[in-house]
Design a protein around this ligand. Structure first.
Ligand code: ZN
Length: 153
């Protein structure tokens, strides 16, 4: 990591840890999921309001290390108002950058690129991915009022 990258990383992580964005509960979430990272002790829960294939609103709660909280906070900012395909594509690029499959300068990450430095610390990658993991689970979840029963012909 260059010192400029390191400075940006430190600044963004500390800023989001101090004042997480979209922290709290939604009045009427349509989808939600939790994630835990036992190796660090991080726990986050993500609540979504999905409408017409779009993330209309998002909130999160939980407790974790600075990287986990900052990454989840940045994630909520990055996907709010986006459609699901865009959110999923962003998750794939972010994951690929952290696991070293993609170079940060080639990935369309926007502000998330400030967390690319986490790839230098393999033990913290799970911390940075936890919020995204919960988001993907929430998206895959059926709405609470939907039936899982198949209608028999
Ligand atoms: Zn952590």
């Amino acid at each position: 990591m260059t010192s400029a990258e390191n400075d940006l990383y430190q600044q963004v992580v500390l800023e989001h840890k101090r004042a997480p964005r979209n922290f709290g509960h939604l009045a009427a979430p349509t989808h939600q999921a939790q994630g835990t990272n036992p190796s660090c002790g991080d726990r986050v829960a993500v609540e979504l309001q999905l409408q017409g294939g779009q993330i209309e609103d998002i909130r999160f709660t939980g407790q974790g290390c600075a990287i986990c909280m900052a990454s989840t906070s940045l994630m909520t900012e990055a996907v709010k108002g986006r459609d699901l395909a865009a959110a999923q594509a962003l998750q794939q690029h972010f994951r690929a950058v952290l696991t070293g499959e993609e170079e940060p300068e080639n990935a369309p990450l926007g502000k998330l690129v400030s967390l690319a430095g986490v790839r230098q610390y393999p033990s913290r990658i799970k911390c940075a991915l936890l919020g995204w993991h919960a988001l993907m689970h929430a998206i895959a979840e059926q709405p609470a009022d939907a039936t899982t029963e198949e209608v028999q012909p």
